[in-house]
Design a protein around this ligand. Structure first.
Ligand code: UD1
Ligand code: CA
Length: 450
């Protein structure tokens, strides 16, 4: 049976005090709503509808970047969650099966939880995801009779007895698509907020002779982001989960609390991540690699057995082949570093291709930018780049070639050749001694003259 997914993301998020729509604030370098979409993806939805309102164009744009197939529904005015679901109705025209409603600002619903809701649907018409709140605060309260959900009462409309209930509504709902839309259309806004509450569909369903039930999840899953403090808490929760996953997958983290992952970081087993390593988006680290302390990686691939850092920076397009070494204060951008190749100290390698088994000396720089365009540097296999070589791109260094320390290389070096591009040394015996004697004598004369 097909499943449809609606993600509600039209709200303003006033308490964020932001010019950016709330759901575009990022957790692990992915916009918040992308996490909700990723949770929903476990149900393999036939159609996914994102309901946008505040910052509609920017949110829609971000959604298209994630998946062109996501349908965008615009809710011009935010009149409540049932009204938002109805905004998605045209995009669900003719869609069968069940629909699941998720919130774009509730990023951590686990796939297993949605699976459990699907199972519960076998026996009930509507399944609501609930949780026991440590502090129920302003959440909607679930009114149960055994395992039957009678109705949901919003905090604003609740009696003191109802407010004493700790069982709360997460907002996630699953029901037959046609039933859900029909019930939402029947919702009235005669409540304290003057809004069309999605939560009202439970009582409406019951008066239609349909049944509703609750699936419970951990409160951590239903964490909703309404403020910067919530966002920080969400980041912390995300990192905690990713660290635990890495450890469970056979990755060594010597100080887990200091390592920061992105939503798509992939680390192979037996890799070792030292303290204070930061992953931006798009990083893969193969098995047995070692990322040493204080390194920053984004958009890069680290091959098996490679060693990175400490204090290395791998920028987008850095491709480190197996067993290569990138050491301290080295920056690599849009460059392939060959197998077993070493760039161990204080270098910048950008827009380059470096072959296997090559040694790049300390302080080497690929001068890739002429102020207008970027140019490429190609270095062959088993080459030896002397310390402090400036490689002025475009330039090629052949296999097994060598550059002398301190050279400024402006033309190609053929395979096996040595290029020396620096002034020849001149040595003047005794000159330094005489020079300093002269300076000291001049100073002594000045002091005496005073
Ligand atoms: C909602 C639930 C409440 C539940 C809580 C859990 C209702 C009426 N109440 O309350 O029972 O305990 O979530 O966090 O559903 N949205 C739209 N368009 C609208 C209104 C909201 O897209 O017109 C979106 C928001 O962007 C947000 C989500 O729906 O992603 C929830 O809306 P919000 O106003 O935050 O609902 P709560 O008052 O928190
Ligand atoms: Ca909310």
């Amino acid at each position: 049976m097909a499943t449809q997914l609606i993600v509600l993301a039209a709200g303003q998020g006033t308490r964020m005090l932001s010019d950016r729509p709330k759901v575009l604030h990022e957790i692990g370098h992915a916009p918040m709503f992308a996490h909700a979409l990723a949770s929903g993806a476990v149900l393999e939805p036939e159609r996914t509808v994102l309901v946008v309102g505040h910052g509609a164009e920017a949110v829609a744009e971000a959604a298209r970047e994630i998946d062109e197939a996501i349908a965008i529904a615009v809710q011009e005015e935010q009149k409540g969650t049932a009204h938002a679901v109805l905004a998605a109705a045209p995009a669900l025209e003719g869609a069968g099966g069940d629909t699941v409603v998720l919130y774009g600002d509730t990023p951590f619903i686990r796939p297993e939880t949605l699976e459990a809701m699907k199972e519960a649907r076998a026996a009930h018409d509507i399944v609501v995801l609930g949780f026991e709140a440590a502090d129920p605060a302003r959440y909607g309260r679930l009114i149960l009779d055994g395992d039957r959900l009678l109705r949901i009462v919003e905090f604003k409309d609740a009696t003191p007895e109802e407010r004493a209930i700790a069982l709360c509504n997460s907002g996630v709902v699953m029901a037959d698509t046609a039933t859900l839309l029909r019930l939402c259309a029947a919702v009235r806004n005669d409540n304290a907020a003057g809004e069309y509450y999605l939560t009202d569909i439970v009582a409406l369903a019951r008066s239609d002779g349909l049944s509703a039930t609750v699936v419970l999840c951990d409160e951590a899953e239903t964490l909703g982001v309404n403020s910067r403090a919530d966002l920080a808490a969400a980041q912390a929760a995300f990192q905690a989960r990713r660290r635990a996953e890495a450890l469970a997958n056979g990755v060594t983290l010597t100080a887990p609390d200091t390592v920061f992952f992105a939503h798509d970081t992939w680390v192979g087993r037996d890799a070792l991540i030292e303290p204070n390593v930061i992953f931006g988006p798009g990083v893969t680290v193969e098995t047995g690699a070692r990322i040493r302390a204080f390194s920053h990686l984004e958009g890069c691939h680290v091959g098996a057995g490679a060693i990175v850092g400490p204090f290395a920076r791998l920028r987008p397009g850095a491709e480190l082949a197996n067993d290569s070494h990138v050491g301290n204060f080295v920056e690599i951008k849009n460059a392939r570093i060959g197998e077993g190749t070493k760039v161990n100290h204080l270098s910048y390698i950008g827009d380059a291709e470096v072959g296997d088994g090559t040694n790049i000396g300390a302080g080497t720089i690929t001068c890739n930018y002429d102020g207008v365009s970027k140019h490429r540097t190609e270095i062959g296999a088993r080459a030896f780049i002397g310390s402090d070589t400036m490689l002025v791109a475009p330039v090629r260094i052949g296999d097994g070639a060598m550059t002398a320390t301190g050279s400024v290389i402006t033309s190609d070096v053929p395979p096996g050749a040595l290029a020396v591009a620096r002034a020849r040394q001149e040595t003047k015996p005794g000159y330094a001694t005489r020079w300093f004697e002269k300076l000291k004598a001049a100073k002594a004369a000045r002091v005496k003259g005073h």
